[in-house]
Design a protein around this ligand. Structure first.
Ligand code: ATP
Ligand code: MG
Length: 257
């Protein structure tokens, strides 16, 4: 069985992409799934939050993209999370420019991941907050997109750019690509506005909205500074339980993909 590959994307910054990438990875490991997490963001937050030091990398996703390293050499174990990581750091910011003259510059990651796809059940890609060439590589490589979002006033408006990009990639580069679902994160059920936006989301997107809701939970925010996924850092926290629940929902979802 080949791994299912999912991009975690939203061009809006700070919406919980990396927290979702790390904790869905760890949640899937708790469900006995084999997981590879690819950090496609020069910020390297998914790398650090998985306990891999971005300052000490001999190999990284940057070298893979520019053809200076293989995907095999570039994977590091997340000891705290129990999954593998293709890490990133600031070097990756240069890739945008260096890749401009590459033929197939949008599909380098896809080709690289094919080599390890048999070794995992899930490959998750943490995208940067932009519809850039890096994100395009993620979208090109993926079977589907998971979109974390906060239920705030402009949330729906922001989604249309992402949905359009996904449609374009679907039409031109990756006919496989679809939105798997929208994940409501940092949710506070006491806020009337969030309830209202959540309702609108379901109206617009129906069963594309995941059933699981990730609550706002401070333990999830504390965990990255220890290099431990929240799911492992405090198993009994509401945030951790929600991400394991989301892992179950994903395991179910992939049966119909
Ligand atoms: P960027 O666009 O910069 O890559 P991002 O979309 O990856 O950001 P995160 O880094 O995951 O977003 O989250 C932004 C901030 O919100 C972080 O400080 C994170 O710890 C916090 N956060 C994320 N999810 C939750 C949650 N469910 N409860 C509390 N805090 C959260
Ligand atoms: Mg991030």
């Amino acid at each position: 069985m080949m791994a299912k590959i999912f991009c975690i994307a939203n061009q809006k910054g700070g919406v919980g992409k990396t927290t979702t990438a790390i904790n869905l990875s760890a949640g899937l490991v708790a469900l006995k799934q084999r997981v590879l997490l690819v950090d496609l963001d020069p910020q390297g937050n998914a790398t650090m939050g998985s306990g891999v030091d971005k300052h000490q990398l001999e190999h990284s996703v940057y070298q893979v993209l520019i053809g200076h390293s293989s995907i095999i050499k570039s994977k590091y174990p997340s000891e705290s999370g129990g999954y593998d990581v293709i890490p990133a750091n600031r070097n990756l910011a240069g890739a945008e420019i260096e890749l401009v003259d590459f033929k197939n510059r949008e599909s380098i990651l896809r080709d690289a991941l094919q080599i390890v796809a048999d070794d995992y059940d899930f490959i998750l890609i943490d995208c940067p907050p932009a519809l850039s060439l890096l994100t395009l590589n993620g979208l090109c490589a993926a079977n589907g997109v998971i979109v974390p979002m906060q239920c705030e006033y402009f949330a729906l408006e922001g989604l249309s750019d992402l949905v359009n990009s996904i449609k374009q990639v679907h039409a031109n580069l990756n006919p496989d690509l679809k939105i798997i679902g929208l994940l409501r994160v940092m949710f506070d059920p006491r806020t009337a506005l969030q309830q209202q936006v959540s309702g609108q989301l379901i109206q617009h997107f129906g069963d594309k909205v995941f059933k699981t809701i990730i609550p706002r939970n401070v333990r999830l925010a504390e965990a990255p500074s220890y290099g431990i996924p929240g799911v492992v850092f405090d198993k009994s926290s509401r945030g951790a339980k929600a991400y394991v629940e989301f892992g179950k929902e994903m395991v179910e979802r992939i049966k119909s993909i």
